[in-house]
Write a protein that binds this ligand. Structure first.
Ligand code: FAD
Length: 284
């Protein structure tokens, strides 16, 4: 069992990983090999101490080198569900389960606005995890909306369970789908429902009828990843030790709210890491 599962590979996650490594904690660090898209896309960064006017690309490269030099590996996987298991947490990423004593959320902020009525139908036909909810749609029709290739794995998994699976990629596709999966094109606009259940999804003004919609997003709302995590609607609520309302769960960086700045993310990552280490040591 790991000491800490870090979710997110931006500056907050990196800062936490470096600190936990120095404290000899066993970590599993989930995110992207490219670390943070946001940093990579920043044209100029002028306010990060110790690094005079730099580009996001150069700073991200320096982050990667620092992780590599410290022997910290990134698990290039997206976390789709976290569940409590007594005193520990089970973390599901790309259909593999990892167990950790604590969880450190550093997944950034969800910038993309959800689709119309998406929030209203979460748990009533809208899901973010095929492995978790797929069986509820046995012999039913589903649409998978994929912001990245991981959506293809979700669609392939559902193809063995559902009567019909349609896949709507929102990226330039290099599709690796089972033959039975129908490929859709266009921009989704709204989740459509009747009463308390999803009945379809609106794509380019047309309704695609279905019983369920699975969204494979680049970033999933934290409360959808971990049931019971307290947010104020947008941000994870933390105290000064970066502890959330759940025992052994800490959060850092943009996911805890503004200001959205690298220095703030790095500082919070450090505090959250020290708090997670203290929590683990106190349990011994
Ligand atoms: P992020 O950097 O967003 O990193 C989180 C990462 O976690 C994501 O990239 C993703 O790969 C990963 N992730 C998310 N969900 C999951 C999951 N479920 N499983 C696994 N991995 C996951 N700040 C400054 O201080 N100075 C600047 O000049 C500046 N310029 C900016 C310019 C632009 C264009 C933008 C967009 C931002 C800028 N910022 C700047 C803000 C800064 O980039 C953010 O505050 C900072 O990146 C936040 O770090 P973070 O670690 O909280 O999250």
């Amino acid at each position: 069992m790991y000491d800490v599962a870090i979710i997110g590979s931006g500056p907050a996650g990196l800062s936490a990983a470096l600190t936990l490594k120095l404290h000899n904690k066993e970590i599993v660090w989930f995110g992207s090999k490219e670390l943070s898209e946001k940093i990579e896309k920043s044209e100029k960064i002028a306010n990060y101490p110790g690094v005079p006017m730099t580009s996001g690309k150069d700073l991200n490269a320096a982050f990667m080198k620092q992780a590599e030099d410290m022997g910290i590996e990134i698990t290039d996987k997206t976390v789709t569900l976290i569940s409590r298991n007594g005193d520990s947490y089970m973390v599901l990423a790309n259909n593999e389960v990892h167990e950790a004593k604590t969880v450190l959320f550093a997944a950034g902020v969800v910038l993309a606005k959800g689709f119309e009525q998406e929030d209203e139908y979460v748990g009533r036909g809208v899901s973010y995890c095929a492995t978790c909810d797929g069986m509820l749609y046995r012999n039913k029709r589903v649409v998978v909306v994929g912001e990245n290739e991981e959506g293809e794995a979700e669609a392939n998994f559902l193809a063995d369970v559902c009567e019909k699976v349609s896949y709507l990629p929102l990226y330039q596709p290099a599709l690796n789908l089972k033959e039975t999966v129908e490929v859709l094109s266009g921009k989704p606009k709204a989740v459509i429902g009747e009463g308390s259940r999803v009945t379809g999804i609106e794509v380019e003004g047309e309704t695609v009828e279905c019983d369920g919609i699975f969204f494979a997003k680049n970033s999933t709302p934290p409360e959808s990843l971990l049931f019971g995590l307290h947010t104020d609607g947008k941000n994870i609520v933390v105290d000064r030790s970066m502890a959330t309302n759940l025992p052994g769960v800490f959060a850092a960086g943009d996911c805890t709210g503004a200001p959205f700045q690298i220095a703030k993310a790095v500082g919070e990552g450090l505090v959250a890491a020290l708090s997670a280490a203290a929590y683990i040591d106190a349990k011994k």
